[in-house]
Design a protein around this ligand. Structure first.
Ligand SMILES: C[S@@+](CC[C@H](N)C(=O)[O-])C[C@H]1O[C@@H](n2cnc3c(N)ncnc32)[C@H](O)[C@@H]1O
Length: 283
């Protein structure tokens, strides 16, 4: 199993950027075991051997689904959504008043809770958005996660994690034991299957990018490469939002932290950087 594990982690890193910790090989084996059995293999090692020797795109996609950590919840960390509603969107409504269009991208949206939290936040502005195009795109490498996101059906535990009770009543309807997101919100999110290692050419220009709790799975070089490419996709006065444990310290990709706004980053050579510098001087 050790040699097979080494080969598999090499392949996964090459295809997805995800670095598998060798210490976690038993966890990996337990995640892959049901998949191996369902596909008629007698062991995980045999399945990996097959993957290495033949092109098996469908099986490979299932392996990636099984290895990707999809942990997420509505309004995760709260602050980015508060910040988005209190500062980012009001700023964009002024700055884009001529174009009347705003483009937001959730780059690793898992099962949809993050873009739907944004869609609910945006919906609070509905009276001011007549005539505006609010483009909310959400993607993930995991096909299974994107399928679940598109479906928009969540169990009781999922809707209770982080969701304000009035939002649950307002934006979801009961379906048996589960809760379905309102169609008018679901239809506002364009979901797609997308790997962050691929070119971002068709993704921008964006005003806001959420890239949360995914960079932690990559090595420094992959992280820096993604951050640099994101800086070319996000407009100069746009915003990047990372996860709470993904703080950038060294200006990676040309991003600097926005003052007093944890998890929010702006272009080092953009208009918000000036405000950031003035703020830092006053502090
Ligand atoms: C822990 S979840 C984070 C979900 C959400 N952004 C949040 O913060 O709650 C990480 C997600 O990153 C996705 N992912 C991992 N590698 C990826 C890649 N190379 N391209 C796109 N998504 C990737 C996984 O499938 C998973 O859904």
């Amino acid at each position: 199993m050790i040699a097979a594990f080494g080969k598999l982690s090499g392949l996964i890193k090459e295809l997805t950027g995800i670095v598998i910790d060798p210490e976690k090989k038993f966890i990996i084996e337990s995640r892959l075991m049901p998949l191996a059995r369902a596909n008629g293999f007698d062991s995980v090692a045999t399945m990996i051997h097959m993957l290495m020797s033949e092109s098996q795109p469908a099986l490979l996609a299932e392996v990636i689904d099984a290895l990707a950590t999809n942990e997420t919840f509505f309004f995760r960390d709260r602050a980015p959504f508060d910040l988005f509603g209190a500062h980012i969107l009001p700023y964009l409504l002024q700055a884009r008043a001529e174009q009347r269009a705003v483009r937001i991208w959730c780059t690793a949206c898992s099962t949809g809770q993050e873009p739907y939290s944004l869609a609910m936040t945006i919906d609070q502005f509905a009276p001011r958005l007549t005539g505006w195009r609010m483009m909310l795109q959400a993607s993930d490498i995991s096909r299974k996660a994107i399928e679940a996101a598109r479906n928009g059906l969540y169990n009781q535990f999922e809707v209770q994690r982080g969701m304000p009770a009035n939002f649950l009543l307002r934006y979801f309807s009961r379906e048996g034991e589960n809760w379905r997101i309102a169609e008018h919100l679901r239809s506002k999110v364009a979901f797609s299957n997308f790997n962050l290692l691929n070119s971002f050419e068709d993704r921008g220009p964006c005003d806001v990018v959420f890239c949360r709790n995914v960079l932690i799975y990559f090595d420094q070089q992959t992280r820096n490469d993604i951050l640099a490419r994101l800086s070319r996709v996000v407009r100069k006065d746009g915003f990047l939002i990372l996860g709470s444990t993904e703080a950038l310290l060294g200006g990676e990709g040309g991003w600097i932290p926005a003052p007093a706004a944890p998890m929010l980053y702006v272009h080092r050579d953009g208009p918000h950087a000036m405000a950031a510098a003035e703020f830092a001087e006053r502090a």
